[in-house]
Design a protein around this ligand. Structure first.
Ligand code: ADP
Ligand code: ZN
Length: 617
């Protein structure tokens, strides 16, 4: 049985059920979400389409059927680095798995093929182009296949940003291997992608499994920019010292600058963007995966194919391109289910910039409308005064009751105020000054400031001069930002940074509609972690340090990322339970049989050197 030895693949074993494999091989207690149903369907030989968010636990949905069904499972995955990590993780659980792709040297390739033909492998991971080679297909027909798992199945969608033409040819699998069940998995949820996956990969029918896309362990926070870099530094130092994280920036230059700046402040930070040569990029990515506590400052180029479970925060220093991008990027935080932060700051200039891009778009009208809708959704999300989760999940057609208790607005409900009158003043002032000036000047006029510019332009003579002197400057900027976000104001089309009236402002100006705005808070109060945090560790405790050091050394000896040895969640649970025997250690989530044999003594040794349990955490 492969569960206990790495040399032979699974024979069908009616005595073993999915729960037993979950416990013995992976060391987990319970299935998550719809995992159990999915595993039942695929184990019974039925096709499945699985939509689950990042970190939801898709891998087990095919790995467990692969262990329960006779023969070898073929896993199709688009990224070589990802395959390697997955196979490494499986081997560490004692599962016979291998990679077969173009990165292998001839000898390893030959050896892997021999093991396959001998039926020694439970799972083999392949890139689609390797799988679809005629020679490969021919010898696959000679072996006993348990299933095909098509990971990142959205790559088959021509409309998506990850389209891979080879994925289209996977349609051939149904004809060539009609008796082998197929399971397609993706974290991209929209209707169109889903239909396309069905059409291309599962035309002969499938069961559909859609899991909730909520990620309860991620705390969503959106703040206002006020010296963004410093805000980021404060956030990291206060809440994530020594943690791994990703900082997304708009441009390559900003990635470089931010990484250098953080580095100068004593943090381990590296840039990652398309302008770096591929060796440097690879090196930075490898370090991110293998080291603890590294921060990557990246453009959107970074992330796909990064399976690192212990990314503790994802920060946005600039607005993401869309809600989809935001959700995908923030989804890289906290795959291990432990508390993680999605942190973002934005300001008036971000809104101006994005609205400008949109205004200058040369795309066809239909696409522009789509882009506009996406942008409106993103801005509305930023300015949201209620729980962030409904705003986020509704976008993906999922209902959420709100009051999640784990977003900034739930933790510190923002004040709102009736800004109808203020908005009318601001809009008239924009109009009276000729719809040519930026927020700075408009606010000066509203407040009745005596600047040179106002004097030269004669704006101290217009009717809106000084009509807002009862309100402070910050509030006026806040009003203007929110008017822009709501579309009552828009940037001038020439891109000079001037403000113009938006198409919908008439009713507001006439007083036919009212407007409620949120009151800005620059530095939100600190709050306690919510109950989403199942295990919270004192990362400065000697126990935690000792276990992490043991893990790092072990990982280096084996040349694998630390999380392949044990996840943070498992280390935290070990520290919490303080097992004294192997039997006690075996009870802990994430400790399967194989890891118990391999690392059990080592872990107990580390624990034995620690001070008494009551003082260690
Ligand atoms: P996805 O591919 O959906 O992004 P993964 O399959 O990588 O997610 O799983 C995310 C993490 O959750 C992994 O570290 C995995 O080991 C863990 N995990 C999956 N299922 C369970 C479970 N039932 N109990 C505990 N941890 C789980
Ligand atoms: Zn909330």
């Amino acid at each position: 049985m492969s569960a206990t030895s790495t040399s032979t693949a699974t024979e069908a074993n009616p005595d073993r059920d999915a729960s037993a494999v979950l416990r013995q091989v992976f060391g987990y207690e319970r299935f998550r979400g719809r995992q159990a149903e999915i595993i039942d369907a695929v184990t019974a030989g039925r096709n499945a389409l699985v939509l689950m968010p990042t970190g939801g636990g898709k891998s087990l949905c095919y790995q467990i059927p692969a262990l329960l069904r006779p023969g070898t499972a073929v896993v199709v995955s688009p990224l070589i680095a990802l395959m390697r990590d997955q196979v490494e993780a499986l081997r560490h659980n004692g599962v016979a798995a291998a990679v077969l792709n173009s990165s292998l040297d001839a000898a390893t390739r030959y050896q892997t093929e021999q093991r396959l033909l001998a039926g020694e492998l439970d799972l083999v991971y392949m890139a689609p182009e390797s799988l679809l080679r005629d020679a490969t297909l021919r010898w696959l027909e000679r072996i006993n296949l348990s299933l095909f798992a098509i990971d990142e199945a959205h790559c088959v969608s021509q409309w998506g940003h990850d389209f891979r033409p080879e994925y289209l040819q996977l349609a051939a699998l149904a004809e060539r291997f009609p008796k082998v069940p197929r399971i397609a998995l993706t974290a991209t949820a929209d209707e169109r992608t889903r239909a396309e996956i069905r059409h291309r990969l599962l035309a002969d029918g499938c069961e559909l499994f859609i899991d909730s896309f909520d990620r309860p362990n991620i705390r969503y926070r959106v703040g206002l920019k006020n010296n963004a870099r410093q805000q980021l530094l404060d956030f990291i130092q206060r809440e994530h010292p020594g943690h791994s994280g990703i900082v997304y920036c708009f441009s390559r230059k900003r990635c470089e600058e931010t990484a250098a700046w953080l580095h100068g402040k004593g943090l381990k930070a590296l840039p990652y963007h398309a302008g770096l040569d591929s060796d440097t990029r690879q090196a930075h990515q490898d370090r991110f995966i293998r080291e603890d506590g590294l921060i990557i400052c990246a453009t959107i180029a970074f992330g796909m194919g990064i399976d690192k479970p212990d990314v503790r925060f994802v920060a946005h220093l600039d607005l993401p391109k869309s809600m989809e991008a935001y959700y995908q990027e923030t989804g890289r935080a906290g795959r291990d289910g432990l508390p993680a932060d999605a942190w973002m700051v934005y300001g008036l200039s971000d809104i101006m910039q994005i609205r400008q891009l949109l205004a200058n778009s040369t795309a066809p009208e239909a696409q522009q409308r789509l882009e506009r809708e996406r942008l409106e959704a993103l801005l509305a999300y930023c300015e949201e005064a209620g729980c962030r989760r409904p705003a986020l999940l509704n976008y993906f057609d999922e209902a959420h009751p709100g009051q999640c208790g784990n977003c900034d607005n739930c933790l510190n409900p923002p004040d709102t105020w009736d800004a109808t009158e203020a908005a009318r003043k601001a809009l008239s002032c924009v109009y009276r000054t000729g719809q040519r000036f930026g927020a700075g000047h408009v606010v000066d006029v509203l407040m009745g400031s005596e600047t040179d510019r106002i004097a030269i332009l004669g704006h101290d003579a217009i009717s809106t001069f000084g009509i807002g002197s009862d309100t402070d400057k910050k509030t006026w900027h806040s009003v203007i930002r929110q008017l822009l976000a709501h579309g009552y104001l828009q940037p001038d089309p020439e891109g000079h940074g001037g403000l113009q009236l938006g198409p919908d402002c008439r009713e507001l100006l006439r007083g036919e509609t009212s407007l409620t705005l949120r009151r800005d808070v620059i530095a939100p109060k600190r709050r306690a972690r919510s109950t989403a945090a199942k295990i919270d560790v004192d990362t400065s405790s000697p126990g935690w340090q000792a276990l992490r050091e043991w893990r790092l050394i072990t990982a280096q000896e084996e040349n694998v990322p630390p999380y392949v040895i044990f996840h943070d969640a498992t280390l935290a649970a070990i520290l919490d339970a303080r097992p004294e025997t192997l039997a006690e250690l075996a009870e802990i989530s994430g400790v399967g049989r194989h890891k118990l044999d391999k690392y059990g003594e080592g872990v107990l040794d580390v624990l034995a050197t620690l001070p008494a349990a009551s003082t260690s955490r």
